[in-house]
Design a protein around this ligand. Structure first.
Ligand code: CTP
Length: 402
């Protein structure tokens, strides 16, 4: 998976730095070429000689050690990297990254890097939970930095808590997972919908649903990471759109349909993860509705079924529908797939524990028009999204051969 990939391994000062040798060794066994950058503090915990021996690559510790070359070096190192891993990442270095400081060789390189960055935080639990550290991690995450861990357990300071660096095997596994789908969606235009639409009743009230948008956002992220050009049409959510994704914000089902139709013809794959309201109020009241002291009957009219209209309009597009069910899950979903003419349908029982709206995990089955069915175990939504990328790539390839 990592054969020939150039890794920049950053090591900062922390007792977990002794585990960096194992990380380097594991990356090397997977075929990665490693350059190591250590902060001065890191060299107090593990020697550059150890890192040079296990990584079989150059080790940089000081920005000014080669005065004629350093200027070129930090930029060329940044440009050559296929990915960067900072492990351990101290609270101090994370704070510098969040601010964009460049006061040593590592932070200078990090500022110039355009490749994916992974960090494995390691620190005392009080430092980890400090609002400043939490905010820095949030900022980095929003910027697209992948945060691995930390774990919880016994700490070098003698206490127990969150902040232990993740195990080297886990860190390397996360990176391998990231590159598993690398490039398999290059050249594909993918439209993803997410979130729950809102149907306004008056200026302050709406009919909505419990969709959090997490599944759709994870799908957009997984396709972007696999190299696709992704457009995300999203109903309101509290989530930050993944980096590298063109995002269009909508509120109602009809707005969602309008935005989809603007770009549908040029798409190769359309994934309808959004929970679209089937009905909207017959009349939008321009002014806030006042209570009358009596009951209130609301008249609703049906919304267009966006997915069904796409199924009828499609030319070359591969269309994936979602189905949220609460009973007769598979039978209902199969009927939906036939009616809406999708090429694949992802179904989840939204009442099951560990599945459905708002949850970080989901349990889905994937149905195909030829009767094939894949049942996935409970997984986090990003892992499900990655699996969908793989399955869609395979299915499209098979279809092209037919
Ligand atoms: N969908 C849509 N437009 C609608 C309703 C649903 O595009 N007006 C899409 C959803 O995005 C999803 C799929 O259709 O991909 C199934 O949505 P779901 O809510 O499970 O089913 P419905 O068709 O609304 O059927 P029902 O509510 O009767 O179960």
């Amino acid at each position: 998976m990592l054969e020939g990939k150039h890794v920049l391994l950053g090591i900062t000062g922390g007792i977990a730095a002794y585990k960096s040798a194992e990380i380097a060794s594991r990356l090397r066994k997977l075929g990665a070429e490693i350059s190591v950058v250590m902060t001065e503090a890191a060299t107090k915990f593990i020697t550059p000689l150890t890192m040079r021996s296990v990584s079989a690559g150059p080790v940089f510790t000081d920005m000014f050690s080669e005065p004629k070359k350093w200027n070129v070096e930090h930029i060329s190192l940044a440009e050559a990297a296929d990915f960067v891993l900072v492990a351990p990442a101290s609270a101090n270095t994370l704070a510098k990254m969040a601010l964009g400081l460049a006061d040593n060789f590592l932070t200078t390189v990090l500022l110039a890097v355009r490749a994916p960055i992974f960090v494995a935080p390691a620190m005392n639990h009080a430092m980890y939970h400090h609002p400043a550290t939490q905010q820095n991690l949030r900022i980095l995450k929003e910027r697209g930095v992948h945060i691995i861990g930390p774990d919880s357990g016994f700490q070098a300071c003698g206490s127990e808590g969150d902040g232990r660096m993740s195990e080297p095997s886990h860190i390397v596994e996360v990176i391998e997972n990231y590159f598993r789908n690398s490039g398999i969606m290059r050249g594909e235009k993918v439209l993803v919908t997410a979130g729950g639409t809102r149907e306004m009743l008056d200026p302050v009230r709406y009919l909505g649903n419990l969709s959090s948008g997490k599944m759709g956002y994870a799908i957009a992220q997984a396709f972007a990471e696999a190299g696709a050009e992704v457009t995300l049409v999203t109903a309101p959510t509290s989530l930050t759109p993944p980096p590298g994704v063109k995002t269009v914000h909508v509120v109602s089902a009809r707005e969602m349909q309008e935005e989809i139709l603007k770009v549908f013809d040029e798409q190769d794959i359309v994934i309808k993860a959004a929970a679209v309201a089937d009905y909207r109020p017959a009349v939008f009241q321009e002014q806030k509705i006042k209570k009358s002291g009596q009951g209130f009957t609301l008249e609703l009219v049906q919304n267009p079924d966006i997915l069904q209209s796409l199924g009828e309009r499609k030319t070359h597009q591969f269309i994936v529908g979602f189905a949220a069910e609460t009973q007769n899950v598979i039978e209902n979903a199969q009927a939906k797939m036939r009616k809406k003419k999708t090429d694949m349908l992802v179904v989840n029982d939204v009442t099951a524990e560990g599945a459905g709206f708002g949850s970080d995990t989901n349990i889905v089955s994937i149905l195909f028009p030829d009767g094939r069915r894949v049942d996935l175990p409970q997984m986090n939504k990003l892992d499900i999204a990655k699996k969908l990328v793989e399955i869609i790539a395979e299915t499209k390839q098979k279809k092209q051969k037919e």
